[in-house]
Design a protein around this ligand. Sequence first.
Ligand SMILES: Nc1ncnc2c1ncn2[C@@H]1O[C@H](COP(=O)(O)OP(=O)(O)OP(=O)(O)O)[C@@H](O)[C@H]1O
Ligand SMILES: [Mg+2]
Length: 257
Amino acid sequence: MGKVISIANQKGGVGKTTTSVNLSASLTEAGNKVLLVDTDPQGNATSGVGIDKADMDQCIYNVLIEDLDAQEVCVPTSIANLYAIPATIQLAGAEVELVPTISREVRLKKALDPIKDQFDYIIIDCPPSLGLLTINALTASDTVLIPVQCEYYALEGLSQLLNTVRLVQKQLNKSLMIEGVLLTMLDARTNLGIQVIEEVKKYFQDKVFQAIIPRNVRLGEAPSYGEPITTYDSKSRGAEVYNELAKEVMANGARVG
Ligand SMILES: Nc1ncnc2c1ncn2[C@@H]1O[C@H](COP(=O)(O)OP(=O)(O)OP(=O)(O)O)[C@@H](O)[C@H]1O
Ligand SMILES: [Mg+2]
């Protein structure tokens, strides 16, 4: 049974998609079969693994709203052993359309359960909000990985996210755990980065991954080529650190609970 990990933080631009794409690719490189699920109407994870959104007439929207089998929208990517369930702009309507539907919070879980055992890991890229799409992702997940950008106010908004995690644990998914907190976009030339690392470690202690993602030009460029860093520039520091993160995630164990 595959382990399902949501990559979530309602703050925009903290590295959720970069982490979803590159952690997925690094996990496949380490010998795993991985499914990347895009639940963000921006569809950045979809294009980040080289899928042309214009070619897609069906996406995660049809699964969530029209009960289409997840298998039907699961497509291979150009990376061996990496599959994706894409999102297109069509998904933008889902947040509102889900509201009056039955079991609106568990629709993604129900869709993924039948295909879970085909994969070692299922990585869900969440949108920058705590709405029903993120709730669906957390309800479907074994764990949540929280990227935190190394900048001023890094911890701002995290209590809201942790509150949502607690609510989901209480009402929808008792076994949801925190996979870890990932520090992203560290600019090693500034003291600020070091201060933020200390602050986040003080708050989350051993939940913080050893791997810290640096601000790396190659990581920023890779999405415009529709490639993860492991194929775009496998020798870059960005690729090395995402491989280190994948090792830590694998060491955390397969499925918990
Ligand atoms: N470590 C990094 N080094 C350089 N650029 C990065 C790094 N991580 C992310 N970026 C760039 O920063 C921007 C935001 O990153 P990303 O899209 O991963 O964040 P996000 O949390 O998914 O954003 P959103 O909330 O909009 O979904 C992107 O342009 C991405 O390419
Ligand atoms: Mg994103």
